[in-house]
Design a protein around this ligand. Sequence first.
Ligand code: ADP
Ligand code: MG
Length: 421
Amino acid sequence: MAEDSPLIRSLRSALEAAPADVPLRLHLAALLLDDGEFEQAVAEIAAALQHDPGSAEARKLMLRAMGAPAPPAAPPAPAAAPPGAEPPPEAASVSFDWASAEQQLSDTVQPRFIEPAAADGADDPGDEPAWDIESSQVRLADVGGMTEVKQRLEAAFLAPMRNPELRRLYGKSLRGGLLLYGPPGCGKTFIARAVAGELGAKFLSVSLSDILDMYIGQSERNLHDVFAAARANAPCVIFLDEIDAVGGKRSSMRHNAMRGTVNQLLLELDGAQHDNDGVFVLAATNSPWDVDTALRRPGRLDRTLLVLPPDQQARESVLRYHLRDRPIEGVDLVKLAKKTDGWSGADLAHLCETAAEAALLDSAASGKVRMIGMPDLLAAAKEVRPSIESWFTAARNVAMFANDGGTYDDLLAFLKRTRRL
Ligand SMILES: Nc1ncnc2c1ncn2[C@@H]1O[C@H](COP(=O)(O)OP(=O)(O)O)[C@@H](O)[C@H]1O
Ligand SMILES: [Mg+2]
């Protein structure tokens, strides 16, 4: 590898301080390409694409790096070699390591060829897995507000998990997972994905009600497959959504399937026959009071974290996040956040979409493109109905009358603070 030029060296150190600076990274990639450092350039472009998958500049550079027609400035290839001459040296066509480039890009681009699915049972729809494994690009910084939740996540989960030494030290006590609970649409799934992003882990999300519904009588095997897939993809966050679906308080028709599922889940969580190192379990529910109590015992989903509707500051960042890629002008986030007290993150996302739709329809009707402005957002705020009060009505009773062991102390405190109690 050639010695880096001073410019390339200083770009690299600038990037260490600002790893998400896509233009800077692409600038470095272009210089590397000019120097013939194709592999290094591909790595930088891939990193840029992870931050900004839609970047046209990145795609252009990538094509160049992968041997698209050379730019006109390149020296012309020698014409037919004179008889008897040496074959042109390898360097004339820059050798390029496809395999490693494909590996580096496997998260960002589709494979060139799709492998035929394994023959056995490939066309049996029942064999289609109910889960996806994704590489999470979301970080905690993308989650608006929620300072307290983030701090608790950091202390209770991220810090020890990030550090393999600590993980070994704590050993079994860290086996257990974390149960996120709270009203719908307030960011449980979103946060779980961000936790995976923070850990640089894959994210495998499954809904337990899907597992129950899709595979009557097979849910144990499928749950086992989920955990096996996570182990094979470690480090991996398994996110068990709607974990209340296997709770005991459901119709008795599903009861048998549920018992088996709970038992299997316990086996997998306890990791008795398995090495769960690098497998992190997060679960979520809107109704923790329906979660099977066996799942809540120590070493299992023994820590709970209440995910509340966003406060003023959080609403501002949630709104900022959902407006970040939209054409807006003159938006007063503080005012908007004041008007949306008691709204969930999902309600706010919906608000931004409604406003964008109005501006778009208007532009189409008038033939003149205009930005999304405060009038659109305020009008949308009148139209969209916040969705979570009914959750608090249900939660109030549980917090008051079934708060065994102080499980719902956080919830009680919040209900009091917001005068819902
Ligand atoms: N704190 C937040 N910051 C940014 N977006 C949020 C936040 N909370 C919720 N959202 C938005 O609301 C949507 C629904 O949140 P989700 O995580 O699915 O809620 P839950 O799993 O609690 O029902 C998310 O996809 C995201 O768009
Ligand atoms: Mg969810």
